[in-house]
Design a protein around this ligand. Structure first.
Ligand SMILES: Cc1cc2nc3c(=O)[nH]c(=O)nc-3n(C[C@H](O)[C@H](O)[C@H](O)COP(=O)(O)OP(=O)(O)OC[C@H]3O[C@@H](n4cnc5c(N)ncnc54)[C@H](O)[C@@H]3O)c2cc1C
Length: 476
């Protein structure tokens, strides 16, 4: 019997698993997909919000604000790209200035550092703003993070500290037993004393398998444009219009890799799996972003994508012991700012909620750090030459756009966290993330994975299990 089963390998499950792996606990993580971080954690704005926006007194405000100072050391330990670039919410006309004052007052209540900027100051900070932008609220502690790395590296670290991960294990039933739970997946039964429900948009369905959810989770779509890396950045900070009741509005944000995201929309839908992107949403984004910035190079678009917010009917995160079934911990309704709040959520879930149920004995040999990725892009010419001397695979360029070599791919394949698909490799190393979107490197990645695993190329999946790229199987 496991001490804990965590359902869901998104950023929330990942950081909870990593925190729990500090203790003498036998932990199993069950994920329905063929890779970790394949749900909402892979399709968001990747902003570490400063915390001025959530309503004071809510769990969103509490965990967002508490997480911001944790990000630097966490990302250093887990070798995750993180940049504290600040955020700027702007007033589009004099009539919007009082709303900035309201946000400033909210920031003060939440204990978040902000600074009001006048017209000259906002234009100095963001030279591409339209002239009708008359002021802004700058939050210096906001940042951007690589959400793929955060999720994957936290899970890799947890595995190295003893956690077991099982992919392609969709939980379909949960039964409360006298001394714990029987968790049934499509492949079999697992037993644990405690179950942590971190199933994203499906968290209410998980509760209803064994208890009764007093709330509903409704998916809310958010679509984006992704622009290619630009010679001169379009924005220097995370740029927001004023928020509305449903979302933070159409924002423009650089990614840690140097691309630009423009979006997201906010559309309530019924399906928990519909991540399709439609023309009307993209036109809406284009229209709104064009009101903020001059000459947005939409012709540099390399991709569009959509993520699903897990919007709870309560309006706030639900992070608590289940009301009816002892031993079930629900971490549900983690919509934005869920990524920004994940570090403090994980500390609370393990050190407060799990502690109520299980003894927490610190592991003597817990290692908080992952082995850093080898990234040739970050090395000097001299260092690259030394690497090539050491291993000729460093001279074999696989992904031209993102400058990834065969040696880097093999390093990732050799790690504790499995890489089962082309898309998983893309999320680990950015192969296929660039201008060609995998047009040139996908075949090479498949060949390397096939050689490494000793299986035929037609058994390498693109994303889901059996979504083969070569010869047969599902078309991708
Ligand atoms: C458009 C958009 C923009 C956003 N922007 C930001 C932002 O800039 N900053 C920010 O802080 N937050 C942002 N968020 C919110 C943030 O992305 C989420 O709060 C966070 O990713 C939620 O993580 P999670 O682990 O709860 O969910 P997920 O990442 O969805 O993980 C849940 C996991 O559970 C698995 N699962 C589900 N059911 C089962 C089952 N039955 N059995 C096994 N596994 C199961 C899923 O496959 C999935 O992997 C945004 C969200 C969206 C949609």
């Amino acid at each position: 019997m496991y001490d804990i089963i965590i359902i869901g390998a998104g950023v929330i499950g990942a950081l909870i698993g990593r925190e729990a792996s500090k203790y003498e606990l036998n932990i199993l993580m069950l994920e329905k997909d063929n890779d970790v971080g394949n749900g909402t954690s892979a399709a968001n704005s990747a902003i570490v919000h400063s915390g001025y926006d959530p309503k004071p007194g809510t769990l969103k405000a509490k965990f967002n604000v508490a997480s911001v100072p944790l990000y630097k050391d966490l990302c250093s330990d887990l070798d995750v790209e993180f940049k504290r670039i600040g955020s700027l919410v702007v007033a589009q006309g004099e009539e919007e200035l009082p709303r900035l004052d309201e946000l400033k007052a909210r920031a003060e209540l939440n204990g978040v550092e902000v600074k009001m900027l006048n017209k000259a100051e906002v234009h100095a900070l963001e030279p591409n703003l339209h002239d009708h932008i008359v002021g802004g609220l700058f939050a210096p502690t906001a940042g951007i993070v690589n959400p793929f790395e955060l999720t994957a590296h936290a899970i890799e670290n947890a595995i190295e500290n003893g956690m077991t991960l099982k992919l392609n294990e969709e939980v379909v039933a949960i039964k409360k037993l006298e001394d714990g739970f029987k968790v049934t997946t499509k492949n079999g039964d697992y037993f644990s004393k405690v179950v942590i429900n971190a199933a994203g948009v499906f968290a209410d369905d998980i509760i209803n398998m064994v208890s009764k959810a007093d709330f509903e989770i409704t998916p809310r779509k958010g679509s984006y444009f992704v622009l290619d890396k630009l010679t001169v950045p379009l924005v220097n900070t995370v740029l927001f219009p004023l928020p509305n009741i449903h979302s933070k509005g159409i924002l423009v944000v650089p990614t840690t890799a140097g691309n630009t995201l423009i979006g997201p929309t906010s559309e309530q839908i019924m399906s928990k799996v519909d991540v399709g992107t439609d023309y009307a949403s993209l036109e809406f984004i284009r229209k709104n972003a064009n009101r903020l910035l001059k000459d947005i190079p939409f012709h540099k678009t390399i991709r569009t994508f959509t993520g699903l917010r897990a919007t709870p009917s309560t309006g706030d995160f639900i992070i608590e012991h289940d009301k009816y079934v002892k031993g079930l911990i629900n971490v549900a309704g983690i919509e934005s700012p869920g990524l920004a709040s994940a570090p403090a959520i994980s500390l609370y879930v393990v050190n407060e909620l799990v502690k109520d149920l299980l003894p927490l004995k610190v592991k003597a040999n817990f290692n908080p750090r992952v082995r850093p990725l080898i990234r040739l892009q970050r090395l000097s010419t001299k260092e690259i030459q030394a690497k090539v001397k050491e291993n000729k695979d460093f001279a074999t360029l696989v992904c031209n756009c993102e400058k990834v070599t065969k040696a880097e791919i093999i390093d990732v394949l050799s790690r504790a966290l499995p890489v089962n698909s082309v898309k998983a490799m893309k999320k680990r190393l950015r192969t296929g993330f660039g201008l060609c979107q995998g047009g040139f490197c996908t075949a090479k990645v498949i060949a390397i994975m096939s050689e490494y695993y000793g299986i035929p190329v037609d058994e390498i999946a693109y994303n889901e299990k059996e979504s083969y790229v070569v010869k047969h199987g599902k078309k991708v």
